[in-house]
Ligand binder design. Structure first.
Ligand SMILES: Cc1ncc(COP(=O)(O)O)c(C=O)c1O
Length: 385
């Protein structure tokens, strides 16, 4: 009696390793955690205080399904001024995490057998959501010699008459790379006029390094109507547990996606939305502080891995992840990750989960002391192979 689409879903292996890491830690094991998918900073106090106030003031009931009007206003303001996305509050739906925004967008846009282009390595949940919607995913295997960046020729070649959606995620989880405005424009030129939508997951937009600038796909001239942008509060404000995200799109898409919210979650938590509003109002300085800290840690991790025999890391341009080629060790990415956890108590995520065998993902959402300790243990692991 189980729906075959549900049966075919993969268990999230990133969550599996994260859970195992947490369990070992709870048992008192001194695990160095390079597997975390969330910032290690506490949620800023201005967000927490706003949530406490919301509770005390009785802001604890259902609110409009598309979101708290003041929050939608604030998001629209942010998107216009920072991202140059020409939208209003009516183009926004606030969701229970960015994950649910992706889910609602995918279900609103796709019908059975529609083709979805998915550049690999990809974030683990995209293929599963596409599967659940009954659509067909077409993976574009981006090349490691291009640091896993999608090339315009690859996009051109993958496009067919059935293509309905291209999923882009930049800065990328897991590769840590991002795209310039020029590269995005070239992608748009290829799909323009072909009735292909872009689902642009920009959840790591605030974490870009080395003076790089983030460009939103929907800000490209002419691209707005065929782009659904997803963003949220989890990564930029260390609010993963608050489950707060949003999607931005043309009003017709919003009208349809709203019905999905109406009949599933009703609305994202009112308390979290009050916290999110405060985060947008007061969070600029805080955000810049954590961005700098992450960049500093990125440098330490990259130097450490790059100087370790057998490892070839990609220098991340954004996110808090670093993707690392481990193929010279002769181990599969799963054997590398499980061996490292068993023998040296260091957890990383195997790349096969992201469609990139031969790689593992390191997260630098941990302290510099932990990064140094982890690198030393990894070298011991490599020595003993
Ligand atoms: C690329 C990407 N998109 C979306 C999400 C989901 O974010 P949220 O916690 O807001 O649902 C994540 C979380 O790991 C992510 O890495």
């Amino acid at each position: 009696m189980i729906n075959p689409r549900v049966r075919s879903l993969q268990k999230s292996s990133t969550l599996k390793i994260t859970a195992l890491t947490k369990k070992l830690k709870k048992e008192g094991k001194d695990v160095v955690n390079f597997a975390a998918g969330e910032p290690d900073f506490d949620t800023p106090s201005f967000a927490k205080d706003a949530a406490k106030k919301a509770i005390d003031n009785g802001f604890t009931k259902y609110i409009p399904s598309a979101g708290m009007p003041e929050l939608r206003e604030a998001i629209a303001h942010k998107l216009n001024s920072e991202n140059k996305i020409p939208c209003g509050p009516n183009n926004i739906i606030v969701t229970s995490g960015a994950k649910y925004a992706l889910f609602a967008a995918i279900f609103a846009l796709l019908k059975e057998k529609d083709e979805v282009l998915l550049p690999a390595p990809y974030w683990v949940s995209y293929p599963e959501m596409v599967k659940l919607a009954g659509a067909t995913r077409k993976v574009i295997n981006c090349k490691k010699e291009n640091n896993f960046k999608l090339q315009k020729e690859e996009l051109k070649k993958a496009l067919t008459k059935k293509t309905k959606l291209l999923i882009l995620n930049y800065p990328s989880n897991p590769s840590g790379i991002t795209y310039s405005a020029q590269e995005l424009k070239e992608f748009y030129e290829i799909i323009k006029g072909k009735n292909v939508f872009v689902l642009s997951d920009e959840i790591y937009e605030k974490l870009v390094y080395d003076e790089l600038e983030h460009t939103s796909f929907a800000s490209l001239a002419g691209a707005y109507k065929t782009t659904v942008t997803v963003n949220g509060f989890s990564k930029s404000f260390s609010m993963t547990g608050w489950r707060l995200g949003y999607l931005v799109a043309d009003e017709e898409i919003i009208a349809q996606a709203s019905k999905i919210i109406d009949h599933t979650t009703s609305c994202a938590s009112s308390i979290s939305q009050a916290a999110g509003l405060a985060a947008l109002q007061h969070g600029k300085g805080w955000g810049e502080k954590i961005r700098r800290e992450f960049q500093y840690r990125r440098d330490i991790l990259w130097e450490g891995l790059n100087a370790s025999k057998g490892l070839v890391p990609i220098r991340s341009q954004g996110t808090f992840y670093m993707f690392c080629d481990i193929s010279k060790t002769g181990l599969s990415s799963f054997d590398f990750a499980s061996g490292l956890l068993e023998k040296q108590l260091v957890s990383v995520i195997p790349g096969d989960a992201f469609g990139a065998e031969g790689f593992v993902r390191f997260s630098f959402a941990t302290s510099k002391e932990q990064i140094h300790k982890g690198i030393e243990r990894i070298r011991n692991f490599l020595k003993d192979l």
